[in-house]
Design a protein around this ligand. Structure first.
Ligand code: CMX
Length: 135
């Protein structure tokens, strides 16, 4: 049940283009994709460092989870995504351990990956994403 690596770190930002520009110019990274995830009410931008990605998140709706996060806590690290082989099995395991689930079944996230979230109140303040790449 071990994750293979940190799939990505999600960072909530107010302005996607400004944040992309910072990562590209300061670290000489390249944003390889900007994608809107309508059901999550976000626009996302991805940059890759080794096996791990930085996922920049800009809200598209003041009622969305990222807008609410920024309003309450300001810009910053929003979630950590762990690459796992089987999201469903991890969800069952989490449920059995009494960990509060945000998603009880996996759904499709950015980049078409199967994902599910664990609630930050059960995971030491860190919104935790389980992420199955299928590779
Ligand atoms: N990290 C840590 N704590 C968080 C948090 C986060 N990302 N988001 C909310 N919280 C905390 C709040 O600060 C608050 O704490 P206090 O009660 O101590 O003040 C508590 O959780 C409840 O916050 P809330 O604003 O009332 O938020 P909700 O309970 O309505 O929603 C959550 C919280 C995690 C269930 C919701 O944000 C969610 O469903 N997240 C998963 C989906 C998501 O974040 N999608 C965007 C990214 C999608 C992508 O990567 O593609």
């Amino acid at each position: 049940m071990k994750p293979s690596h940190i799939e990505h770190i999600g960072i909530a930002v107010s302005n996607l283009e400004e944040a992309v520009s910072y990562y590209e110019s300061f670290f000489d990274l390249k944003c390889y994709k900007i994608e809107e995830v309508a059901d999550q009410k976000v626009r996302t931008a991805f940059l890759k460092i080794g096996e791990t990605k930085i996922e920049l998140l800009e809200s598209t709706d003041p009622e969305g989870p990222v807008a609410k996060f920024i309003e309450k806590r300001g810009e910053g690290i929003h979630h950590i995504a762990f690459a796992v082989e089987n999201v469903e099995a991890h969800l069952k395991n989490a449920e059995a351990k009494g960990i509060r689930l945000v998603d009880s079944v996996p759904r499709k996230g950015a980049e078409g990956l199967s994902i599910a979230f664990l609630h930050p109140k059960s995971t030491f303040g860190v919104l935790t994403e389980l992420c199955e790449s299928g590779s």
